[in-house]
Ligand binder design. Structure first.
Ligand SMILES: Nc1ncnc2c1ncn2[C@@H]1O[C@H](COP(=O)(O)OP(=O)(O)OP(=O)(O)O)[C@@H](O)[C@H]1O
Length: 766
C-alpha cells in the first residue's frame, strides 16, 4: 500500500473522532501470545482487548465490540470462532455421506473442515485493504481452547436493514444506489485480487458508524482464485505460487456456497429443468415452515439434483448477488420467491423464471413503471434496466462490475466521471498476495509451550492476582451507553433485561475466578506488545493506572454522566453522549448539509473525485480524507437523539435486574424515516450486564446467551456458508444453560453505542 495511505492513515484509525477513515498502517498481526484476564469490573480482556457487548452471532462464532487498551482504547470488533467442534464435525460427516461421489465433488468438500474454512477466511482477509472491505487487524490463536480471535475493524452502523416487518422497503432509492455503488467498488477490488466473495447480501454489508459508507464483510465462503486473479490483474501482478492446494484449487468454486436466495443460476444450474429431483433430506433448520417433500430455504440441506451439468463459476456470481441485493433494497423482498419455501423450488425459479418488480420502489415509493418501462428517461427505466443486466441468467452476458460502475445511475451524482473512475480503479491499488504460507500460517503461528491442565494453570494464575488492581464492586457507570449511539440523532434509553446464565463453572459472588489468566504461550515475536505473562499483567496494571490518570483529566463529556436529553440541533457541538469514536456522527449531525450532499456515497461519503486529496488512495479512504465528517453526513430526514442513561446502576452481582433502560425514538422532523422504522419497531435493544459476566474460564471467553436474530432474517441467513452448513451446530458450550434471552443487537439506523470503558480504570471504580 502506498506510503500516502500509511501516512494519511496512521494518525486516523478506526474510531478516530476526527472522522477520518479506518486504515491503520501495517499488516495483519499474527499474535503468538494469549493473556486472558478480567478488568476490575469483570469484563474479559484478551491480550490488550477489553471486551464490550456482543454485536452479532454467526454460524461459527460471535462478534463482540472491544477496545484496544494499548491504543487509546480504539474501538474494534473481535470475532471469536470455535475451531473444532467434534459433534458438528460428526454431523457433517454424516451429511457428506449423502452427497454422491462424482468427478464434481470438489476438493473443498473433502477438505471442508471448519478449520479449513477459517484458515481460508483469514488468509483472504489478511491482505485485503480497501475502503469498502472490512479490515482484519490481528489473529489470535487460542489453541488451548480451540478458539480463534479475529480482531477487525468495527462497523458500528451494523448490517443494512432493508425491510420492515411488512416486507416494505425502508431505504430510499438514493440510498440503495449509494449502497450498491460502495459494494461495486469493494467487489471490484476483491475481484481484482482474485477473490470471489460468494455471499454478497445485505446482511454482509455493514454501515460505518456515521453511515457514510458500507463495507463488505464475512469472507466465510469466499474463494481466492489464481485463475481469476490472472485474468483480472495479469501475470505480472499475480501471485506466482502453484503449490497451494487450498487456494489454487478452483474446484472449490463448483461447490454450492452462499445464501440460497442470492445464489446465481450457474451455481445451481443442475436444478434447472428436472421437475423431480432426488432430495437428500438432511435439512435441520426449522426457520421456515417445513414441507414433507423438500428441504427449505435457509436450511443446511442437500438437494440432490439428477443432472450434474455445471457451468463455470466466476466472479459473475457476485454480480448476480449484487442484483438480488439491489432488488431487496428497492422492494423489501427477494426477487425469486418459491410458493412453498422449498429449496428446490427456489433454485428452479432462480434458474427459469423472470423477476417482477413492484409498482413502486424504495421507501420514497418512486414508480417503477413495470418490468419494461417505456419512458427511457424515467427513474423506473434506468433502475429496471440495471436490474435486468445484473440479473441476467447467462453469466457470460451478465453485466460486469466495470460496466455497472459506469452505468448512468451510479454516475449520476458524480461530476467528474472519468476522474472518479480513474481514482477508484483497483489497478491503482496494490495487489493482495494470498500465498501458501499465508494460509498455512493463518492460524498456526501460536505455539503452546504450556500444555498444562486447566486446574494447574488456574492455580498458577491465582498467584498473579496480586498484581491486579482491585476490582470495582460498586457502580458501573459506563455501562449505560450500550447499544446505541449514532451519527444520526436518536433518543435512546434502554431497558435491561433480567438475565443470567447457569453454568457448570463456579465462581463466587465477587467473581474471584474471574481473575484467572488463561495461560497461553508464545513463540512468535510478532506481537510487540506482548512479553512474558507476568510482564503483561504488570503492564496492564501500569496501563490501568495511566488510564485512570488520563481518564480523570478528561472532560466530563468523556465520562459517563447523565445528560439532559435534547434535540440534536439544540445540543452543543461535541457534547456527544456517545463515547469515543462514534461521537463524531453526532457532531456531524449538528452541521448543516453542504450543497454537495448529493455527491455522497452509500451513507453520504462524497464521491466527488475533484476533491480527492491523494490520487493513490482507494475509494473510501480518499473520500473521507478529503472531507470533514461534518459535511459527509447523508441527508436523512430523521434526527435521532441519544438519551443519556439516567437510571441507577445496580451492583454487578444483581445481574442488572434493577437496571433498566428505555429505548425510545423520536423524530426531530415531521417526516417519518424508514431508517427509524427499522431501528426501533422491530428491535428492542436491551443490553445485559451479562455481557460481562460470562466468566467461566472453562468455556468460551466470548460465550454468551443473547437472543438470535429474528426468524425471518435467519431464513435468509441460516444458509450462509452452505458449504459448511451443519458443521458447527454445536457452537455454544454445552455446559452453559441460557435462562433468558437478553439482548438484541441494535439496528442499523442507530449505531451501536460505544461505551468506551473509561470507568474501567477510573478512580470511582476503586
Ligand atoms: N467488523 C464488524 N463490525 C461490526 N459488526 C460485525 C463485524 N463483523 C461481523 N459483525 C456482525 O456480527 C454478525 C456475525 O458475524 P459473522 O461474520 O460471524 O457471522 P455471519 O455473517 O453469519 O458469518 P458466518 O457465515 O460465518 O456465519 C454479523 O451479522 C454482523 O452483523
Amino acid at each position: 500500500m502506498s506510503s500516502d495511505i500509511d501516512s494519511a492513515s496512521s494518525a486516523h484509525a478506526a474510531g478516530d473522532p476526527s472522522g477520518l477513515p479506518f486504515d491503520p498502517p501495517g499488516s495483519v498481526r499474527m499474535t503468538a501470545e494469549l493473556h486472558y484476564r478480567y478488568s476490575d469490573d469483570r469484563r474479559p480482556i484478551v491480550n490488550q482487548y477489553l471486551r464490550g457487548h456482543r454485536v452479532g452471532k454467526g454460524q461459527h462464532g460471535e462478534v463482540w465490540v472491544c477496545w484496544d487498551l494499548s491504543d487509546d482504547r480504539r474501538e474494534l470488533a473481535i470475532k471469536a470462532v470455535k475451531r473444532n467442534n467434534p459433534r458438528a464435525e460428526k454431523m457433517n460427516m454424516l451429511r457428506r455421506r449423502n452427497i454422491p461421489a462424482s468427478s464434481h465433488t470438489p476438493l473443498t468438500e473433502k477438505l471442508g473442515s471448519l478449520e479449513h474454512k477459517i484458515r481460508k477466511e483469514i488468509a483472504i482477509m489478511k491482505k485485503c485493504r480497501h475502503g469498502h472491505v472490512v479490515r482484519l487487524l490481528e489473529v489470535i490463536d487460542d489453541k488451548l481452547n480451540d478458539r480463534i480471535y479475529m480482531v477487525m475493524e468495527y462497523l458500528s452502523g451494523g448490517e443494512i436493514k432493508w425491510r420492515n416487518e411488512q416486507n416494505e422497503p425502508v431505504l430510499q432509492v438514493d440510498q440503495c444506489r449509494r449502497i450498491c455503488r460502495d459494494v461495486i467498488l469493494g467487489l471490484e477490488y476483491l475481484h481484482y485480487q482474485g477473490i470471489i466473495h460468494r455471499d454478497i447480501k445485505p446482511a454482509n454489508l455493514l454501515w460505518t458508524a456515521d453511515r457514510q459508507m458500507v463495507k463488505i464483510s464475512d469472507f466465510g465462503v469466499s474463494h481466492f482464485s489464481y485463475a481469476q486473479r490472472l485474468a483480472a490483474a495479469g501475470r505480472g501482478n499475480a501471485l506466482d505460487d502453484a503449490n497451494d492446494p487450498i487456494l489454487l484449487d478452483d474446484s472449490d468454486l463448483s461447490k454450492r456456497a452462499g445464501t440460497p436466495p442470492f445464489l446465481a443460476p450457474e451455481v445451481i444450474a443442475e436444478y434447472n429443468g428436472d421437475p423431480s429431483p432426488s432430495i437428500s433430506a438432511s435439512a435441520t433448520s426449522t426457520t421456515l415452515p417445513s414441507l414433507r417433500s423438500a428441504p427449505h430455504i435457509g436450511s443446511s440441506s442437500t438437494v440432490r439434483p439428477n443432472t450434474s451439468q455445471r457451468l463455470q463459476i466466476t466472479k459473475a456470481i457476485d454480480v448476480w448477488a449484487l442484483g438480488v441485493t439491489l432488488y431487496c433494497l428497492l422492494f423489501g423482498r427477494i426477487p425469486f420467491r418459491p410458493p412453498d419455501s422449498s429449496e428446490y423450488m427456489l433454485y428452479n425459479i432462480i434458474c427459469k423464471n423472470d423477476w417482477e418488480p413492484e409498482d413502486t420502489m424504495g421507501y420514497d415509493r418512486l414508480p417503477t413503471c413495470g418490468r419494461k418501462p417505456k419512458d427511457k428517461k424515467s427513474e423506473g427505466f434506468v433502475v429496471m434496466n440495471l436490474l435486468d443486466k445484473l440479473l441476467e441468467k447467462d453469466p457470460n452476458k451478465r453485466m460486469t462490475l466495470d460496466q455497472a460502475k459506469r452505468y448512468v445511475w451510479f454516475l449520476r451524482d458524480i461530476p467528474h466521471h472519468q476522474e472518479w473512475l480513474r481514482q477508484t480503479s483497483p489497478s491503482r491499488i496494490d495487489m493482495v498476495e494470498v500465498s501458501e504460507s499465508d494460509t498455512r500460517t493463518a492460524m498456526t503461528t501460536v505455539r503452546f509451550s504450556w500444555g498444562w491442565p486447566k486446574r494447574l494453570t488456574r492455580r498458577l494464575s491465582s498467584l498473579f492476582k496480586g498484581v491486579r488492581p482491585s476490582r470495582a464492586t460498586s457502580s458501573r457507570p459506563d455501562e449505560d451507553d450500550f447499544g446505541v449511539c449514532s451519527s444520526p440523532t436518536i433518543a435512546v434509553e434502554r431497558h435491561k433485561s433480567v438475565s443470567g446464565r447457569m453454568s457448570s463453572s463456579e465462581f463466587d459472588e465477587e467473581g474471584k475466578r474471574r481473575g484467572i489468566a488463561r495461560s497461553v504461550i508464545v513463540r512468535n515475536d510478532s506481537t510487540p506488545n506482548m512479553g512474558r505473562r507476568e510482564e503483561s499483567i504488570e503492564r496492564w496494571a501500569r496501563n490501568a493506572s495511566m488510564s485512570r490518570a488520563r481518564d480523570s483529566s478528561r472532560p466530563p463529556s468523556r465520562q459517563r454522566e447523565s445528560k439532559t436529553l435534547l434535540p440534536l440541533d439544540q445540543s452543543q457541538p461535541g457534547a456527544s453522549y456517545s463515547q469515543g469514536s462514534t461521537s463524531r456522527g453526532r457532531d456531524n449531525a449538528n452541521t448543516p448539509l453542504r450543497d454537495d450532499a448529493m455527491f455522497l456515497g452509500a451513507g453520504g461519503v462524497c464521491n466527488d473525485p475533484s476533491s480527492l486529496i491523494s490520487s493513490n488512495l482507494p475509494l473510501g479512504l480518499n473520500q473521507s480524507i478529503c472531507h470533514s465528517p461534518a459535511v459527509l453526513r447523508h441527508p436523512q430526514p430523521e434526527r435521532i437523539h441519544i438519551a443519556p442513561p439516567t437510571s441507577v446502576v445496580p451492583e454487578p452481582s444483581l445481574h442488572d435486574s434493577g437496571h433498566s433502560r428505555h429505548l425510545t425514538v423520536r423524530s426531530a422532523t415531521q417526516s417519518p424515516s424508514p431508517l427509524q422504522q427499522v431501528a426501533y419497531e422491530s428491535e428492542s435493544s436491551t443490553t445485559s450486564e451479562d455481557d460481562y459476566d460470562d466468566l467461566d474460564d472453562d468455556s468460551s471467553f466470548f460465550r454468551d446467551t443473547h437472543r438470535d436474530r429474528q426468524a425471518e432474517s435467519e431464513a435468509l441467513q441460516a444458509s450462509t456458508s452452505l458449504m459448511y452448513g451443519g458443521l458447527d451446530e454445536d457452537e455454544s458450550d454445552e455446559e452453559t444453560v441460557p435462562i433468558e434471552v437478553k439482548r438484541r443487537r441494535p439496528s442499523v439506523s442507530v449505531s451501536a453505542a460505544s461505551p468506551v470503558p473509561v470507568s474501567d480504570f477510573s478512580d470511582d471504580a476503586h
